[in-house]
Design a protein around this ligand. Structure first.
Ligand code: IMP
Ligand code: MG
Length: 207
């Protein structure tokens, strides 16, 4: 009788994955899994120090924060409640276009300390739409935490209080970040090869 396979790390699966798909589409790894994990621990300590003694409401923007958020909050040793806001940009290729709210906050943030989490601060247009919406709900204070910051692209007067990594003006994917809803599952942040968006976005496409 055939034995059940042992539950050992499976090299063929790992190598199949690295040979498949993204190898030709991701030009290079910009930030590794290990670098992300180490940086998140440091960020979590900073946030804990600043919010000690307070109950936090973490407001996370869908969908790009999924991995960063999960890793960040598991390292936050603070009482917290979690909610999401949905905001999407529809535009040409890698440029953001019109912003549309797709999910509103459910938790009451009045008088609370809010940590607003996003994947990347780029032009700042998303944050400058979201911030007044939350401010109108009269929280005690709002701090902004982003995994990535592209300061050279900023069009709005807005900065984050906590930044994972400052990066140059590359279009990046992975660790939650997408292009046309793909690549979010890559465990690292990589630079997308321009041939991908030139090829995909000959017509109108969503970013
Ligand atoms: P902003 O409104 O220009 O600051 O851009 C914020 C949003 O644009 C982010 O939440 C991302 O969804 C998206 N974005 C900006 N730059 C990139 C990138 O390099 N890769 C993937 N998405 C990006
Ligand atoms: Mg996005």
């Amino acid at each position: 009788m055939a034995r059940a396979p042992k539950n050992t790390p499976s090299r063929p699966v790992a190598s199949k994955r690295s040979e498949g798909g993204w190898r030709e589409e991701v030009e290079r790894v910009l930030i590794t899994e290990g670098q992300i994990a180490r940086r998140i621990r440091v960020l979590a300590r900073e946030i804990e120090r600043d919010f000690r003694g307070r109950e936090l409401v973490v407001v996370s923007l869908l969908n790009g924060t999924v991995m960063f958020l999960a890793d960040l909050i598991r390292h936050l040793n603070l009482p917290l409640r979690l909610d999401f806001m949905g905001i999407s940009s529809y535009g040409l290729g890698t440029e953001s276009g019109e912003l549309v709210f797709t999910k509103e906050l459910r938790l009451d943030v009045r008088g609370r300390d809010v940590l607003l989490v996003d994947d990347i601060l780029d032009t700042g247009k998303t944050m400058s739409r979201v911030l007044p919406k939350i401010q109108a709900l009269k929280p005690r204070r709002i701090k902004i935490c982003v995994m990535l910051d592209k300061p050279s692209r900023r069009a709005e007067d807005i900065e984050a209080d906590y930044v994972g990594f400052k990066i140059p003006d590359f279009f990046v994917v992975g660790y939650g970040l997408d292009f046309a809803e793909r690549y979010r599952n890559l465990p690292f942040v990589g630079v997308l090869h321009p041939h991908v968006y030139k090829q995909v976005c000959q017509g109108v496409c969503q970013t």
